[in-house]
Design a protein around this ligand. Structure first.
Ligand code: UDP
Length: 320
């Protein structure tokens, strides 16, 4: 049975990866310090028993040790929502730099294949549109988002150095906006914010004039792309995302329609260095991995809405 470590495994993406690797017959060790992750996302796996799934509460910026062999190390630990990394700037830099170093060192010691969760943020506020992997980006290193963008750029450089210098098998996925069940309701990102506002009939807070664009990928499609990349021979970064681009204003309107809400839209100040456009060029993922997204946005939003309905209806712990 392959043995796989997933750092950040209790987070939104990490927990879906835990599910997928369990389904593929792996033994999964999930490591998370729970600063943005939540054991709620993985508690359904605890019944499998320790020989299939184990959770370790740990900060991967510290020295990393795992007993026994490992075949794969997936490094997903990091705050990833803008509100989180603006609130946790030093931890974000540390987990991208020190945490990636520890995870790569562990992969080297275990002769395991390593996969880095990188991000479309390495392209910054892009001057090339859509963004292909060979675009080097337009990042403000000292801007507020620099803590995330530069940490991930450093992490990519470190992974490539371990590949070239130590011969570690490395894979780099550049993840574009992704959504689905288990996103934190209060993580400040557009989708959870709009959906919870719409379900409560509160105004939807669109930042700026809402003309900035994003392209949203349903989580199951992303996980499929990551799984294919891990098993492929591709060492250079690969974009995984859904190229179906939409303005944030249109996105807010779509969520109002799908939820059947009466909410109006209000406009608030645009955050600093908020990218004006973002859309993945997925030609490489199509060619190299034979991958493309299958779930269209309306279908994905409906599936996500079911989760948000349940989560928002649940009484807060203090009220029970
Ligand atoms: N956004 C918004 N209202 C919100 C939250 C986000 O208009 O309540 C905008 C944000 O400014 C950005 C886009 O939605 O232009 C996507 O933001 P998100 O935080 O989801 O992720 P990002 O793509 O910026 O990393």
């Amino acid at each position: 049975m392959p043995r796989t470590l997933i750092t950040g495994g209790a987070g939104f993406l990490g927990s879906h990866l835990c599910d997928r690797f369990i389904d593929e017959g792996h033994e999964v060790i999930c490591m998370d310090n729970l600063i943005t992750g939540d054991t709620k996302n993985i508690e359904h796996l605890f019944d499998l028993g320790q020989d299939r799934f184990r959770f370790v509460k740990y900060d991967v910026t510290d020295y990393l040790h795992v007993n026994g062999d490992l075949d794969y190390v997936l490094h997903f630990a990091s705050p990833a929502a803008p509100d989180d990394y603006l609130r946790l700037p030093i931890q974000t830099l540390k987990v991208g730099a020190l945490g990636t170093h520890k995870a790569l060192g562990l992969a080297k010691a275990k002769d395991a294949r390593f996969l880095l969760a990188s991000t479309s943020e390495v392209y910054g506020d892009p001057l090339v549109h859509p963004q292909p992997e060979d675009y080097w980006g337009n990042v403000n290193p000292i801007g507020e988002r620099g803590v995330y963008d530069e940490a991930k750029r450093f992490a990519e450089a470190l992974a490539m150095a371990y590949n070239r210098y130590h011969g570690v098998e490395t894979r780099i996925v550049r993840i574009f906006n992704t959504y689905g069940p288990r996103m934190r309701v209060d993580d400040g990102r557009a989708l959870p914010t709009f959906m919870s506002q719409a379900l409560r009939d509160d105004p939807l807070t669109v930042y700026g004039d809402g003309s900035q664009t994003r392209a949203f990928c349903y989580v199951d499609d992303l996980v499929e792309g990551i799984y294919r990349l891990l098993l492929s021979d591709e060492t250079d970064p690969v974009n995984i995302g859904n190229p179906d681009e939409i303005t944030i204003k249109e996105f807010a309107e779509e969520i109002i329609e799908i939820t059947g809400s009466d909410s109006p839209i209000t406009y608030e100040e645009l955050p600093k260095d908020d990218p004006q456009v973002r859309q993945p060029d997925i030609s490489k993922a199509r060619d190299v991995l034979g991958w493309h997204p299958k779930v269209d946005r309306r279908e994905g939003l409906r599936r996500t809405l079911d989760y948000f309905r349940e989560t928002i209806d649940a009484p807060a712990p203090s009220e029970t």
